[in-house]
Design a protein around this ligand. Structure first.
Ligand code: PGA
Length: 249
């Protein structure tokens, strides 16, 4: 299956002045781990994060980008700007952005295409709410999110995309999906990708689980055949806890 990628999503946490030392601490604590280690930070922390990651195995990601190249978009940040300072990854369509910042399946698609065009690796987030899960429409919803996110993207480009399955009810709640629930949806996502492209190419995709993943539950989740990594919020803010997750790969 895909390459293991453990990505921290700092969200709106940590200061630019704390970033350099923290990324250095992550690099030291995750040395020798058997996966790609990524820190996705607020825009204002990125330059310090890139500086700290230089010469280490740690990669740096942003938490969002705009889908236009440039222009009159006050407050926005483009893919070229991220590339210019040495960013490698970008989270797209996180459920918090879908909920609070008008992110839609259409903007997720535009942003994913722009990231690929500019050589950034998109981490595309999908996931259902508790109501949707209880209504039994989880896979239908995820299929729509995936199909819309990948609309117009070639198989060659699609393989560069990391998919993060993040059930909304598990994010920041301490309520992790069971390994079986997470595996069921991640396996379903691989099947959808197989239908969109080809079953063989679906094997190359990295599909992460996210939602209260931590040093206690990571090993069980990552042992599942269709879970190739994690997108980690709260537990990415303490270097040793984050490192323990990378060691579980
Ligand atoms: P959490 O966040 O690990 O704090 O649940 C995950 C995420 O939102 O990416």
């Amino acid at each position: 299956m895909g390459k293991y990628i453990i990505a921290g999503n700092w969200k709106m946490n940590k200061l630019p002045s704390e970033t350099y030392d923290y990324v250095k601490a992550v690099a030291a604590a995750t040395a020798g781990s058997n996966c790609e280690v990524v820190c996705c930070t607020p825009y204002v922390c990125l330059a310090n994060a890139v500086e700290a990651a230089k010469g280490t195995h740690v990669k740096i990601g942003a938490e969002n980008l705009h889908f236009e190249d440039k222009g009159a978009f006050t407050g926005e940040v483009s893919a070229d700007m991220l590339k210019d300072i040495g960013v490698d990854y970008v989270i797209i369509g996180h459920s918090e952005r879908r909920e609070y910042n008008n992110e839609t399946d259409e903007t997720v698609n535009l942003k994913t295409k722009k990231a690929l065009e500019k050589g950034l690796i998109p981490i595309v987030c999908v996931g259902e709410s508790l109501e949707q899960r209880e209504a039994g429409i989880t896979m239908d919803l995820i299929a729509i999110q995936i199909k819309k996110a990948f609309a117009g993207i070639s198989a060659e480009d699609a393989k560069k995309v990391v998919i993060a399955y993040e059930p909304i009810w598990a994010i920041g709640t301490g309520k992790t999906a069971t390994a079986e629930q997470a595996e069921e949806v991640c396996g379903g996502i691989r099947k959808i990708i197989g239908e969109l492209y080809c079953p063989k190419c679906a094997e190359d995709f990295t599909i992460q689980y996210g939602g209260s993943m931590n040093d206690q539950n990571a090993a069980e989740l990552l042992a599942k055949p269709n879970i190739d990594g994690g997108l980690i919020g709260g537990a990415s803010l303490v270097a040793d806890k984050f490192a323990a997750i990378t060691k579980a790969c």
